[in-house]
Design a protein around this ligand. Structure first.
Ligand code: KIV
Length: 264
């Protein structure tokens, strides 16, 4: 059955929501078949698949391209696309146009916008226009040039208070869920308990209403680049290395295509 924003809201308090990123059709198919509730086409495509060192070079055109690929998999999971660097800070008409492209051209069913109370007014208008929005508080990777580094949020009282205020402002603006990235776990629990909408954590402890991970991390595709809070549930990178090496050896030894080796 197709997962909607309503499905996710109803899951709060019932069972943890499972979310993961995907950037292409085949990965989306695997994720949805495994029962992932929400697929995020994250702007993390920049530093996972595209070889950039942050999400900042990711453009709206890139997001449309990757979101459309995931949409072609027709996943049962809710398909959410990131609004990339700076786009959400343009005037309302331009932000709405970005959301329109992600939904009408690419097939996203909702968008995610990084930012807190400062963007709540604009997010309320976007939601009113018919665009479901997921918030994103705590570490906002699009702010990395201001921050200087990726760090944990909410360890100091003033910052903790601001994060709770951000979450409540986003909820009032009408978001259907909020991603909490690298938020101190006890604070994340308080925020989750305070909100009516689900708080989906990444590096924010076990007491959020769900978890989201980047697919290349959870699949173990690039263990050397994996953040400390993530976990590899498979070793796809090792399997890829083995597969390519076996192919190279078979071709060089003229064993393929004459005598293809047995499948692993
Ligand atoms: O871009 C992304 O993958 C994200 C997740 C880390 C939540 O925003």
């Amino acid at each position: 059955m197709k997962t909607t924003t309503l499905t996710l809201r109803k899951l709060k308090g019932q069972r943890p929501i499972v979310a993961a990123t995907a950037y292409d059709a085949i990965t989306a198919r695997y994720a949805a078949a495994a029962g992932v509730d929400l697929i995020l086409v994250g702007d993390s495509v920049g530093n996972t698949l595209l070889g950039f060192d942050s999400t900042i070079p990711v453009t709206l055109d890139m997001m449309v391209h990757h979101t459309a690929a995931v949409a072609r998999a027709k996943p049962e999971a809710l398909l959410v696309a990131d609004v990339p660097f700076v786009e959400a800070h343009f005037d309302f008409k331009q932000v709405l146009e970005s959301c329109r492209r992600l939904m009408q051209e690419a097939g996203a069913e909702a968008v995610k916008i990084e930012g807190g109370a400062g963007l709540a007014g604009k997010i309320a208008r976007i939601v009113a226009a018919g665009v479901p929005v997921m918030g994103h508080i705590g570490l906002q990777p699009q702010q990395v040039r201001n921050l200087g580094r990726y760090r944990k949020f909410g360890t100091k009282p003033a910052e903790a208070e601001q994060l709770l205020a951000d979450a409540l402002a986003l909820e009032r603006a009408g978001v259907f869920a909020i991603v909490a990235e690298l938020i101190e776990p006890i604070l994340a629990r308080t925020i989750a308990e305070t909100l009516k909408v689900p708080l989906i954590g990444i590096g924010a402890g076990v007491d959020c209403d769900g978890q989201i991970l980047v697919c290349t991390d959870l699949l173990g595709m690039a263990p050397e680049a994996m953040p400390g809070f993530a976990h590899a549930f498979a070793a796809v990178g090792d399997e890829m290395k083995k597969g390519f090496a076996a192919y190279v050896m078979a071709v060089r030894a003229r064993k393929f295509p004459r005598q293809p080796p047995p499948p692993p």
